[in-house]
Design a protein around this ligand. Structure first.
Ligand code: GLY
Length: 354
């Protein structure tokens, strides 16, 4: 089992290995004296892993209760959050107990936010079971729910007490869900680690253990430097400015990872045109996306995306922070006046290259 220690305000470990779900009782006992463990999961994961987790927890002396909600982004809602609070109250979960998120990003984000706010804060553990949540959302303490006005608009920073990444759980993912995570892995390579990008492009499945370790370690380093997202942490949003706009414009028919893949390519094309990025970086991203069957184009007029781009959290008054990669393996933050955005992005379609 590998370990990455995350040295944030409240420090914690990320345990990475194969079939370590069955050791979670012991691992969680090493960081918690709780008598009760409340497991929050969803309808996809419940049947696959909930029993394995609760039997391991019971062996380590935890009394368990499990809440499972309907899988899907719609469940990252205030109404589901309220159901989770009621479940915790009904099961008499106190501040000395522990809450455990077992599942992908939706489960991790809403459970983390419930833990941040229930009784003004209880300890929680992340057990991510998708590629995306293992390398991104389970580490770094961003928790949130969606409101009708937008995604993740209500949230809190609350670091988990422990993260357990059982790589074996990825074997039950469809190729489609797996490739959503692969897009985020490509992002880490482009912003910080060219060798990682090469590994992904060569064979993501063969190199999976090393890829997961490297991605989490990059996230660790960035989050340690900027826990509350006021500077460097913004580089983790490479591809997300256009990506989020595509998600919204497509009414969420295009999933997060796939939209981020398009966003990375489209933004880099604009940056090459503007002299910010080298053409080779664009080629590197496109090659990685092609290998993973991730589309690199979104078929719409860029002007239709601009209103969504302008509602991005990285906008401040009349400027927007553009996250770019000048050379593969390095990220830069470039400020753009919102009035020049349309011109800057006018070349993002590949029709220009043909
Ligand atoms: N997923 C981006 C961040 O954690 O900052």
């Amino acid at each position: 089992m590998k370990n990455i220690h995350v040295n944030t305000g409240a420090a914690y470990d990320v345990k990475i290995g194969h079939s370590i779900l069955s050791e979670s009782g012991k691992l969680i006992r090493s960081i918690s004296k709780a008598s009760k463990a409340a497991v929050i999961t969803d309808s996809n994961v419940f049947g696959l892993y909930a029993d394995k987790l609760t039997s391991s927890l019971e062996k380590s002396g935890f009394e368990c209760c499990v809440f499972s909600f309907k899988a899907g982004e719609e469940s990252k809602s205030l109404s589901n959050l309220s159901e989770i609070y009621s479940f915790l109250i009904k099961n008499e979960i106190t501040r000395s107990d522990i809450v455990i998120a077992l599942g992908g990003g939706v489960v991790g984000d809403i459970t983390g936010f419930a833990a941040a706010t229930y009784l003004r804060g209880v300890d929680y553990v992340q057990i991510p079971t998708t590629f995306l949540s293992q390398i991104d959302s389970s580490v770094g303490g961003k928790t949130a729910v969606n409101i009708p006005d937008g995604k993740n608009l209500v949230g809190a920073f609350k670091q988990p007490k422990l993260v357990i990444c059982d790589i074996e759980t990825l074997s039950t993912l469809s190729e489609d869900i797996f490739s959503d995570g692969a897009a985020e892995a490509i992002k880490y390579g482009v912003i910080r680690d060219k060798a990682l990008l090469d590994m992904i492009t060569e064979d993501v499945h063969k190199n999976l253990d090393e890829i997961i370790y490297r991605c989490i370690d990059i996230k660790r380093a960035v989050v340690e430097n900027d826990e509350f997202d006021t500077g460097e942490r913004m580089i983790l949003n490479f591809g997300h400015t256009i990506g989020h706009a595509i998600e919204k414009h497509s009414k969420h028919k295009i999933s997060h990872g796939k939209a981020v893949a398009m966003g990375m390519v489209m933004m880099t094309r604009a940056c090459v045109n503007d002299g910010i990025s080298q053409p080779q970086t664009l080629n590197d991203i496109i090659s990685a996306c092609n290998v993973l069957s991730l589309k690199t184009e979104y078929d719409c007029d860029i002007n239709e995306l601009i209103p969504y781009i302008l509602s991005d959290k990285k906008r401040a008054s009349n400027t927007i922070n553009i996250i770019a990669s000048d050379v593969t393996g390095n990220a830069v933050i470039v400020k753009k006046d919102v009035h020049t955005l349309s011109d800057f992005l006018s070349c993002v379609s590949d029709k220009q290259d043909k």
